[in-house]
Design a protein around this ligand. Structure first.
Ligand code: C2E
Ligand code: MG
Ligand code: MG
Length: 604
């Protein structure tokens, strides 16, 4: 019977290192174990190779002292098997060999031994070699533990970095307020779609550029928080309209872009635009407010001429601007001509700066006629640009650019001075009746200027014109966009007895409630209403506008009278004044002077 002493893990003193001694000579086992235990080690003993393999397989010792010469399995074989098993491979093995043994050191190291001790044992040597190996093993263990920890840390850091990257990517490609994709994402997506269209010439898609109308009014009056709420609500409402072939992005501010793919034609895009406009026409119920908002939409249909996604966006943007110009709350489809016009605008802007110095802005005058007497009662001053190459440029082409660049202030001052000066001259020449007025248009931006009143005072003082002969024309939006300052400005004008007209009345986006609050003298009925008289002589809004004017103690001027039929209609409605090609187009100073002198009566 072979004897083996084994212990289970519980029996092992966990603080002590565990050494397995394998020797077929019991006296060796005893000698070594006594010695090692005396030095504080846990010792297990095995009398042969099989036992050693079983013992070290059950509970791995920290070190094995292994006799070479044993019956059945010799030390080399046992060591080889230990090393071949991944559970025991790392256990250091010190060979024990008698002096007279044929001990093959090279073979011992080859099979995985780490050291050897020769018999008879010398106490210090055994302890020293055991300690060495244990220290080495402990160091190795520590290194591999550190490595494992390090690997774990690296793994965690990598995961954190990946998460951060994903978040950055999400942030880089999405809008934080609405969670919608942003401009960067949209442009990338557009690029892919364009690539797709290039390989498949029948692939059609469209870009819709959506810009909220008068969003600034919401922000200014209800605050940015409400503005933010509204943007989120708009993005929800828009998303609700989209099928799987459409994606929505927020480009920034109150601008959204929509990519509509796999369409049959422009009809798909215009139907969607109609749906959007319809959806936005219902009020938004926000936490505390009910808000109405409109949008203008530009549509660009993609074709092979679009090389870059930015061009498509630009075209849709240009079309959106046109939709705004045409009265907002509508869509407009991009037409390549618009691009040429946009380029032209850019040139206009550069030229305009020079034009001010070169005094290329001149005034034409269009008579305003009393519809009862047929006599001229005043003139509207309309600016023109005498461009050295392009000829006479109408204000519709450069006033919006001047508004955007701020040059409108300089141009406006020029116009005001020139108009006042001209009427004063006519008065000095004794040809102008006392009641003859000159009407000067003020743009929204001019009206917003703090020094507007000073500017007007200066022009009047300089030209010596009686303020009562000056009329200013502003649009409804000038008042609405500056609702805080408007009241004060208008009062100041009233103090000076300067008259005030609301231009293009009926086309703006305003409530009637402001009208009675402000000292307005005249409503200028927009040309579009007069035009509609031809289609619909009895109906139309003109009688309603005239009755509003009458109720509020104002008079009315009908703009753009072109035919005698329109004139007759307006007369039957008792509209007091009129203006239009039927009487005279706007004419230059010389012709206007002739008109004043001729003093025509436009009624038979
Ligand atoms: P507005 O103030 O409503 O001026 C009337 C416009 O209608 C003028 O166009 C005039 O030529 C045109 N018009 C008059 N009668 C008829 C007609 O019977 N038929 C048609 N089809 N058109 C008629 P214009 O001179 O091109 O001016 C366009 C707009 O540019 C003006 O509209 C005004 O808003 C703006 N504007 C003109 N001069 C100035 C200016 O000195 N300063 C500012 N801020 N804006 C100006
Ligand atoms: Mg006008
Ligand atoms: Mg007008």
């Amino acid at each position: 019977m072979q004897v083996t002493e084994t212990m289970n893990q519980n029996q092992l003193n966990s603080n002590k290192e565990d050494i397995l001694i394998v020797d077929d000579a019991p006296e060796n086992l005893r000698l070594l174990s006594t010695m090692l235990m005396a030095h504080g080690f846990n010792v297990r003993k095995a009398l042969n190779g099989e036992m050693a393999l079983t013992a070290s397989g059950t509970v791995q010792p920290d070190l094995i002292l292994l006799d070479i010469m044993m019956p059945d399995l010799d030390g080399y074989e046992v060591c080889g098997r230990l090393k071949a098993n991944e559970n025991t491979a790392e256990i250091p093995v010190i060979f024990l060999s008698a002096l007279n043994d044929v001990f093959d050191k090279v073979k011992a190291f080859k099979v995985g031994g780490t050291d050897y001790i020769t018999k008879p044992f010398q106490l210090e040597e055994v302890i020293a070699r055991v300690r060495n190996q244990l220290a080495l093993r402990a160091a190795q263990k520590q290194i591999s533990e550190l490595n494992a920890k390090l690997e774990q840390r690296v793994k965690e850091r990598t995961e954190q970095l990946e998460a951060a990257n994903a978040k950055l990517l999400q942030m880089a490609l999405h809008d934080s307020l609405t969670g919608l994709p942003n401009r960067g994402w949209f442009v990338e997506h557009l690029e892919e779609t364009l690539g797709h269209a290039r390989t498949n010439s029948s692939y059609l898609f469209a870009v819709l550029f959506i810009d909220c109308d008068r969003f600034k009014v919401v922000n200014d009056s209800l605050g940015h928080l409400v503005g933010d709420q509204l943007l989120i609500a708009i993005s929800y409402r828009l998303q609700g309209l989209l099928g799987k072939n459409a994606v929505l992005a927020r480009l920034g501010g109150d601008e959204f872009a929509l990519l509509l793919t796999e369409i049959q034609g422009i009809k798909n895009a215009t139907t969607l635009a109609d749906n959007i406009l319809n959806a936005l026409s219902h009020p938004f119920e926000l936490t505390r407010n009910e808000v109405f908002i409109n949008a203008s939409i530009g549509i660009a249909l993609a074709d092979s001429s679009h090389e870059k996604p930015e061009h498509l966006l630009r075209d849709a943007d240009t079309a959106m601007y046109r939709a705004k110009e045409l009265g907002r709350g509508r869509y407009h489809i991009f037409d390549p001509k618009m691009h040429a016009e946009a380029l032209q605008l850019l040139e206009i802007e550069t030229d305009m700066r020079r034009a001010i110095d070169r005094q290329e802005f001149i005034l034409h005058y269009q008579p305003i006629v009393c519809l009862k007497t047929g006599k001229i009662v005043g003139f509207e001053a309309l600016v023109r640009w005498e461009h050295p190459q392009r000829g006479l440029i109408p204000p519709g082409l450069f006033i919006p650019v001047a508004e955007e660049t701020g040059l409108i202030n300089q141009i406006g001052t020029l116009v005001l001075r020139q108009a006042c000066h001209q009427l004063y001259l006519w008065q000095q020449q004794g040809i102008a009746e006392d009641y003859l007025t000159v009407s000067v248009n003020l743009s929204v931006r001019q009206f917003a200027r703090e020094d507007l009143i000073e500017q007007i005072d200066a022009a009047l003082a300089e030209t010596k014109l009686n303020p009562e002969n000056l009329k200013l024309e502003i649009t409804e939006s000038a008042i609405m966009d500056n609702s805080n300052s408007a009241a004060i400005i208008l009062q100041e004008l009233q103090k000076r007895r300067i008259q005030l007209s609301i231009d293009d009345f009926g086309t703006g986006y305003s409530s009637l409630s402001y009208l009675h609050r402000f000292p307005v003298d005249t409503l200028k009925i927009d040309r579009s209403f007069v035009q509609r008289l031809d289609e619909n002589p009895d109906m139309g809004l003109i009688p309603a506008i005239l009755s509003i004017a009458e109720t509020l103690g104002m008079n009315a001027i009908a703009e753009g009278i072109e035919t005698d039929r329109e004139l007759a209609q307006l007369q039957s409605f008792k509209c007091q004044f009129g203006q239009g090609y039927f009487f005279s187009k706007p004419v230059d100073t010389a012709k206007a002077t002739e008109l004043i002198v001729a003093n025509p009566c436009y009624l038979e």
